[in-house]
Every structure is written in C-alpha cells, then in structure tokens.
Design a protein around this ligand. Structure first.
Ligand code: SAM
Ligand code: SF4
Length: 334
C-alpha cells in the first residue's frame, strides 16, 4: 500500500476495501435479513444510478481502494447490472460479488469475460424444504445447479451459511462433508441483529458452539486451523484430507475489528464506516450538488470507532433499542 494512502482511521486501520450495495431489492426473503413483504422502497431518484456508482467508486479508487465488492439486496437483479460491472471493471480493481445465486447463470459469460472470479454465494441449508422455509421462496434447485455450474467453470466460491439455533445447526457437519471433494470454502456466520430481524442471543449459534460440534464429530488431530489471511473476517479450518475448507465468521462473539479494512456504500449513496454504525454520510446528495465527497469520506472515516461501532460487549448486543438504530441488513448491503 502506498505511503500516502489516505483512507486511514485514528486506529491506523487502512481501508482499501469498498463494499457497494447496488439495491435494496431481492428475489428472496431470508427471514434473518428482511421482512416477508420486503422493505419499503423509496422513489427511484433516491438511489444511485450506474454513472453515480462509477463516480463515487472512482473517488475511492483514487484514494487507494483496491477491492470492490458488489452486494445488496440481490445485486444481480438490477437491470443495469452489466453496465455497472463493466464500468467498475475499467477501474482496474479486484471485483468480487456476493449473491444468492438464483440467477447467477445469466452472468457466467460476462464474469468470464471481465475476469470476475471471486463469488460469495449464500446457502443456509442443503435441504430443499428448509431452504424454502428460510428464504420464503422455492429456488433451491436453481441455486444448487448454479453452484455446480460455477464450480465446474473454475470460479473461486465461498458459501455463506447463517446458522440459527433449532433450524440448521445440525447441518454444520453435512456442509463440511458436502464440501469434502469440492473446491469450496463454507463460512458459517453467527446470526447478527439488525432492524426488524427479531434477533436474540438464544437464536445465535456461536463460534464456540460450532467448534464443539466439529470437535465432537471429528478426531481432534484431523481438525486443522488454517492461517488467516490479512484482514480476514473468518477463522479458518480444514479437515485433514478434505479438499473443501470451512470457517466461522464470529462478528458477535469474536469480532475482527482490529484488522478491519472495509467501508460500505449503501444503494442510496450513504457511507457507513462499520456494519453496525447507525451514523451515515450522505455522499450521493453531496455528489449531486457538486460538492466534495472526498472531504465527507475522510470525515466519516475519522469517526470510526474501535470495535463494532461502540458495541464493545455481548451485553451491548442484547440492547434491543440499539438494533433499531441500524438499518436492516438488506438495506445496508451485507
Ligand atoms: N443477496 C446476497 C446474498 O444473500 O448473498 C447479498 C446480500 S446479503 C445481505 C449478504 C450476506 O449477508 C448473506 O450471506 C447473508 O446470509 C448475510 N446476512 C444477512 N442477514 C444476516 C444476519 N442477520 N446475520 C448474519 N448474516 C446475515
Ligand atoms: Fe436477499 Fe441476500 Fe437478504 Fe437473503 S440474505 S433476503 S438473498 S439480500
């Protein structure tokens, strides 16, 4: 990273990774993410156009961002997704995408052409009925077929699996076994609280519980801890002899804020310096008024707190009033 890198907060963390939410809309309705009726959308003019996304992203790249992830809502359902992807690809940064994989096949050729290789795909159950229960939609067969297709095409896939007590924690071992012969990285995610998702601590499956389930199933010497990469949000593991690997993203019980390098742009053009921050800076309004978004970006980053936007302890997490101060996940961009 260059000496004069600008996106540094007061704790010395360098922010070279921008996550852009392209939309608040989604073709699924995952219970932990959004209400059954979807979220209330604002007028179209409230959201960034393809050109505005490029303008804002270009400013970040000029300030030192080297990786951009497109997320949402479901990023692939935006009608101008191809235009957005092509324009961002011209910025010469690493591009990654998080998707629910329902319409992934539509973009196979485009991703190949533009060299987009890293995809994080959500899948919370290996059972069709449970998939429908959690997503409130019946796209299991499409999602599984698309995962197989992209694996066969040599993409680097990570599977995001949100674990919920009494729902899918008994699928931890089946997921690890499913990846045994596949070049797949399964990431078990602790269920996090956001506005309207009825979170409580008892519904969450923690890192410690996941480790116990794994240790009870496999001989201890076969469970190998893999070295984490710089800025990794996950604790990585492997079962000896297995091709696939797995990890736990423990944002609730073991945050990884020390090495955080992420900043987030919502689809309505607001900058969030943390997934858990209630405060936002309105880049889009400033951009439209011809003002300096660079100044706003630097001010926003200067306000970034050390750990989870001030939610330092597990006790802080239990405060339901706080859950309402943040947007729902689908409106932030996970
Ligand atoms: N629609 C895309 C998808 O599902 O991959 C991208 C957006 S989604 C909000 C991004 C990630 O956030 C998904 O992997 C999803 O499982 C995760 N997520 C959503 N709500 C969550 C919650 N309450 N706790 C933990 N992870 C959550
Ligand atoms: Fe849609 Fe992704 Fe949220 Fe599920 S997790 S409702 S797929 S945005």
């Amino acid at each position: 990273m260059e000496e004069n890198f600008e996106l540094v907060d007061k704790f010395g963390r360098k922010h070279n990774y921008l996550r852009i939410s392209l939309t608040e809309r989604c073709n699924l309705r995952c219970t932990y993410c959004m209400p059954p009726e979807g979220v209330e959308l604002g007028p179209k003019s409230q959201y960034m156009t393809a050109d505005e996304i490029l303008d804002i992203a270009s400013e970040f790249v000029a300030m030192g961002v080297t990786k951009i992830r497109l997320t949402g809502g479901e990023p692939l359902i935006r009608k101008d997704f191809e235009q957005i992807l092509r324009s961002l690809a011209s910025l010469k940064v690493e591009i990654a995408i998080t998707s629910n994989a329902v319409i992934l096949d539509k973009y196979l050729d485009l991703f190949k052409e533009l060299g987009v290789k890293n995809l994080n795909l959500s899948l919370d159950s290996l059972h069709k009925d449970k998939f429908s229960t959690i997503t409130r939609r019946n796209y299991f067969d499409k999602v599984m077929a698309n995962i197989q297709l992209f694996l066969a095409e040599g993409f680097k896939l990570k599977i995001n699996t949100v674990l919920m007590k009494g729902f899918n924690e008994e699928e931890i071992i089946p997921f690890i076994e499913w990846a045994k012969d596949k070049d797949l990285h399964v990431r078990f995610i602790e269920f996090m609280p956001f506005d309207g998702n009825n979170w409580n601590m008892d519904k969450m499956v923690s890192l410690a519980e996941i480790q116990t389930i794994v240790k009870n199933h496999y001989p201890q010497e076969q469970v190998l801890r893999i070295a984490d990469k710089p800025n990794d949000t996950a604790k990585n593991f492997k079962i000896e002899g297995y091709k696939g690997t797995f990890a736990v993203i423990s944002s609730v019980t073991n945050p990884f804020c020390d090495s955080c390098n992420r900043i987030r742009l919502t689809s309505d053009g607001k900058l969030k310096n943390c997934l858990f921050s209630g405060g936002e800076s309105d880049l889009l309004t400033t951009l439209r008024a011809g003002g300096s978004i660079k100044k706003l970006i630097l001010q926003n980053l200067a306000q970034k707190l050390k750990v989870r936007s001030g939610k330092n302890t597990l006790e802080d997490f239990k405060n339901e009033d706080w859950h309402k101060t943040n947007r729902s996940m689908v409106r932030i961009g996970g």
